[in-house]
Design a binder for this molecule. Structure first.
Ligand code: GLP
Length: 273
């Protein structure tokens, strides 16, 4: 696993956006061979999305031949609800780039048959030829997508019950009223994410420090589902300094030494000139 420690949220977002942009540009996607991008919601990727929008507007990066698959969606929350992940993605990303509507895939949490919806989602990913790069955030309890603690590390897309911790963490989006937070969600599985050719996880802020510690310092554990990234051949975590507060000093120093962040940032910043 590669760990990049950025100084703050902006630097983390910039690094991540440039990483994603490079991958898409290098793939030189076409209509016949699009780039398949896995997308998260949440506050962590907002800066990344802003930077990708910027690159798109500058004409450096096109999403014309990018197909997206979102990680998850609440169950029984109307699509038009401002906090649905459909709304989130269109408001914060898709409406601002040149992506084709038909290339966007988001789980339907209002489908009449939720199990069939999950199975169909997996089929669509398989038919597309798998995901090239899955971007993700991480929950305070170490979850990836909505794979809460105790999820099978080989799980596929399915319905999940949200934990109290996640409901508490997400109530900020629902007038701080936990009774308004949906209690169920559809989510890709840990196995679905791990099947992607590359996985990029963003982790920022002191509230994520415990999760990052368990994800990186300790072994793979189903109680910290993001730790499964250790098993991925091309897994990267980009975090900020605040998120490293509980990381072992030796781990921190090891990755700091390795990353040569400054040199890499300079190289990536070329795109913004
Ligand atoms: C939700 C999402 C996750 C996301 C997490 C963290 O639980 N299902 O995909 O990673 O929130 O969100 P935030 O980035 O807002 O901290």
């Amino acid at each position: 696993m590669r760990v990049i420690i950025a100084k703050d949220y902006d630097e983390m977002s910039l690094w991540a956006a440039n990483y994603v942009a490079q991958r898409i540009i290098e793939a030189n996607p076409t209509h016949e061979h699009p780039f398949k991008l896995g997308c998260p919601t949440g506050s962590s990727p907002l800066g990344l999305y802003r930077r990708l929008i910027e690159l798109n507007k500058k004409g450096v990066l096109s999403f014309q031949n990018v197909v997206t698959f979102n990680m998850d969606e609440y169950v029984n929350l109307p699509v038009e609800h401002p906090e649905s992940y459909h709304s989130f993605m269109w408001n914060n990303f898709f409406s601002h780039i040149d992506i084709k509507k038909e290339n966007v895939h988001i789980l339907d949490g209002n489908a009449p048959d939720l199990l069939a919806e999950c199975a169909h989602y997996e089929e669509m990913i398989a038919q597309a030829g798998g995901i090239d790069l899955f971007m993700g955030g991480i929950g305070e309890d170490g979850h990836i997508a909505f794979n809460e603690p105790g999820s099978s590390l080989t799980s596929r897309t399915r319905i999940k019950t949200l934990t109290s911790n996640t409901i508490q963490a997400n109530k900020r989006f629902f007038d701080n009223d936990e009774t308004l937070v949906p209690k169920l969600a559809l989510t890709v599985g840990v196995g679905t994410v791990m099947d992607a050719k590359e996985v990029l996880i963003l982790c920022n802020g002191p509230k994520k420090a415990r999760a990052l510690h368990h994800m990186i310092d300790n072994g793979v554990n189903h109680m910290w589902t993001a730790s499964m990234l250790q098993m991925h051949p091309h897994g990267t975590v980009v975090c900020d300094e605040d998120a490293t507060a509980e990381m072992k000093l030796s781990t921190y120093q090891y990755f700091k030494d390795k990353q040569r962040l400054q040199g890499m940032l300079e190289q990536y910043l070329e795109l913004y000139k």
